[in-house]
Structures are given as structure tokens and as C-alpha cells.
Design a protein around this ligand. Structure first.
Ligand code: KG4
Ligand code: ZN
Length: 346
């Protein structure tokens, strides 16, 4: 009998480009596995206590060529092997998005390969579909909570591309609540990781902050920021050393309040949808408080939680590339007239 060799499926190589905020990132995927994921974060914004849009777009322009070059080099492939280029179309800062969009278009045009536009918020969710050892992919349908400096959303995910936002912030994002509270306490930017570190050393019930009353699944964080500011001003008036003497307890109490807000909304979302598979994404998903709260809910509420690897929590191009791969399989390509969109919705 003739020995017929099975035909090996052709590997698909996707270059992902992310430039929506203050990180310039490029990643190479071979099918759904990462070969490289290079992120150049822009230290310059720390001096200003927040992202300065004009400085961000200039830094993207400086970073993009070396970052893409490095991603190809680390992946050990040449640009001629690329199957398609995926880029963040939005949402984000317009000047920053334009740098990635224009670069992706020119390179795809030059190489004569498909261009794929990606929604940054979908990408935070679909980052869970990168194949990694020890990472279990969430089954459909699941609930995704995206929490970062720019976003706070709860999304019902029916399949890779059918998503419905069922709750979102009406003012500040949860990461902003961390960063703005940190500013009041004299901590550096971004303050989330430092508040989280100190929270683990303090008493979460030392001080009480009021939780916002927002109907349904929407969030609000701007009132909490004012509440914390007034509280600190009052205490410092009575004792000028109040912050230094109680910093860990203040951080623990802030974290306790914020995680309480997130968990209350998640519980309501589970009740309303009956879905108990919960995935998180975005910079704040690195937070120890939310990770522990989800682990507890697994035991107490029978939920299953999905937490991304640390490098896929903050903004990165690997998550853009995985969406590129999934869209490539569907032959869902963009025209070269596609425009960046600062307020792109899911
Ligand atoms: O996703 P990301 O890198 O950028 C966007 O904002 O899109 O998220 C950055 C945000 C910042 O607000 C930062 O303070 C917060 O994530 N963050 C944290 C932690 N690590 C980062 N917040 C709380 N706890 C953390 N461990
Ligand atoms: Zn993001």
C-alpha cells in the first residue's frame, strides 16, 4: 500500500501592533502561540503623573520601528514570512492610534499581505485564547471584566466575536481610582501596584469609604476619589503625619472598597445572566485583591475564574495578534482605507 504522508497545515504568522495609549508593543504569533511580545513602556509620563497624549504619540513614532524589528528578531522570522498584520484600531488616544495604524497599513501594503483591524477591548478579552501551558481557556459563554487605567467593563461573551457590554463605568476607570487615590497619598504614577503592595500589609477595615450607588451593572469611581481626598485632608489637618503613620491601613481600606465594588457588580452580573465562568483582563487584573476575591468566589459561589498571565494583563501586542489570528481564520480582513477610531465600541 502506498504510504501517504499527512499534509501539514501551513503555519500562520501574525504581527500584532498595539499603540493605543502609552505602550508601544509588537508581537509575533505562530498560529495561537506567542513567539515574541515586545513592550516599550513610556517612562516619560511618570514625571507628569499621568499620560500626556502629545508626548505619547511622539514616543510611539520613535519606538515603533525598533520594537517591530525586535519582535521579528526574537521570533526568529523574517518579515517576508508574515501572513498578516493586525493593529489596534481603537479605542484609545487618537494621536497614538494613528502611529500604529499608519505603520501597519504601510507595512502590509509593502509586503502585499492582509491587514486586520482589532478592537482593543475585544483584545483584552481574547488574550485568554493564546495557547499557554497551564492556562485554561474560558468556555463560551463567559463573563469578562476588563479593568485598567482606561477601562472598566463587564462583557457577556457568546463567542470570539459576539460580545455584549452589560455594564461599564459612567466616569473614571477603576485604574484611575487607584492612580488618583495614590496621588492624594503622594505615591508615584501609576499608583495601583504600590497601593496593592501596601494593602497586603495593612488592615482593610481600618477606615470606611462610601461605595457609590449606581443602578444595575454600571460603575462609578469619581465619588470615591473625592471621598478619599476629603478624608485625607481632614485627617492631615488634625495630624500632619497621618499619611506616613497609616499608609498601609489607608491603602488596604481603599483596596477593600474598590474590590468590594467590583465583586458586587460581578455577583449581580452572574445573577442576571446565570453565567458562572468569569475571566478578567487589563492592568488591574494583576491586583492581588481581585485575584483572591475571585479564588474565594470559586469556593463560595461555585464560579470558575480565568486570570491571564501577567504579561497579557497590561496593554500588549500579543493580545492584538491573537485577535488577528482568529480573524485571519475567518478571512475577516480590513481595507486600506480603514481609519483609527478613538471611541470604537465593542
Ligand atoms: O492595562 P493598563 O496597562 O493600561 C491601560 O490603562 O489601558 O493598566 C494600567 C492601570 C493603571 O491604572 C495601574 O495603576 C493599574 O493598571 N494597575 C494596578 C495594578 N497593576 C497595575 N492596579 C491595582 N493593582 C495592581 N496590582
Ligand atoms: Zn487596555
Amino acid at each position: 500500500m502506498q504510504n501517504i504522508k499527512p499534509v501539514k497545515a501551513k503555519n500562520i504568522y501574525i504581527l500584532g501592533i498595539e499603540s493605543s495609549c502609552d505602550d508601544t508593543s509588537a508581537a509575533i504569533l505562530c498560529n495561537d502561540r506567542i513567539l515574541s511580545n515586545v513592550v516599550a513602556d513610556q517612562k516619560i509620563h511618570a514625571e507628569y503623573g499621568g499620560v500626556v497624549p502629545e508626548l505619547a504619540s511622539r514616543a510611539h513614532q520613535q519606538n515603533i520601528v525598533p520594537v517591530v524589528h525586535q519582535a521579528l528578531e526574537k521570533a526568529n522570522i523574517s518579515k517576508d514570512q508574515l501572513s498578516a498584520i493586525a493593529f489596534t484600531r481603537g479605542p484609545g488616544l487618537m494621536g497614538s492610534l494613528l502611529v500604529g495604524t499608519s505603520f501597519a497599513k504601510s507595512l502590509a501594503y509593502g509586503l502585499d499581505i492582509p491587514l486586520i483591524d482589532v478592537n482593543h477591548m475585544q483584545a483584552h478579552i481574547l488574550a485568554h485564547f493564546i495557547t499557554e501551558e497551564e492556562h485554561v481557556k474560558p468556555p463560551f459563554p463567559f463573563l469578562a471584566m476588563t479593568i485598567s487605567g482606561g477601562h472598566t467593563q463587564i462583557v457577556k461573551v457568546a463567542n470570539h466575536f459576539e460580545m455584549e457590554v452589560i455594564g461599564e463605568t459612567i466616569d473614571d476607570a477603576v485604574g484611575e481610582a487607584y492612580d488618583k487615590s495614590g496621588k492624594v497619598l503622594g505615591l508615584g504614577y501609576p499608583a495601583g501596584p504600590e497601593i496593592d503592595r501596601r494593602a497586603q500589609l495593612g488592615n482593610p477595615k481600618a477606615y470606611q469609604f462610601t461605595k457609590p450607588r449606581v443602578e444595575g451593572l454600571n460603575f462609578s469611581f469619581s465619588g470615591l476619589k473625592t471621598n478619599i481626598l476629603r478624608f485625607v485632608q481632614r485627617e492631615v489637618k488634625a495630624n500632619p503625619n497621618f499619611i506616613e503613620e497609616n499608609l498601609n491601613d489607608i491603602c488596604a481600606s481603599i483596596q477593600y472598597t474598590i474590590i468590594g465594588i467590583l465583586m458586587d457588580k460581578l455577583k449581580l452580573a452572574v445573577k442576571q445572566t446565570g453565567i458562572k465562568h468569569i475571566a478578567i483582563g487589563g492592568g488591574v487584573s494583576a491586583n492581588s485583591g481581585i485575584r483572591n476575591a475571585l479564588k474565594n468566589a470559586e469556593q463560595k459561589q461555585g464560579w470558575t475564574s480565568y486570570i491571564p498571565k501577567f504579561e497579557y494583563t497590561t496593554d500588549n501586542a500579543a493580545m492584538i495578534a491573537i485577535v488577528g489570528y482568529l480573524k485571519y481564520l475567518e478571512k475577516d480582513f480590513s481595507g486600506f482605507d480603514v481609519m483609527a477610531s478613538a471611541r470604537l465600541k465593542i
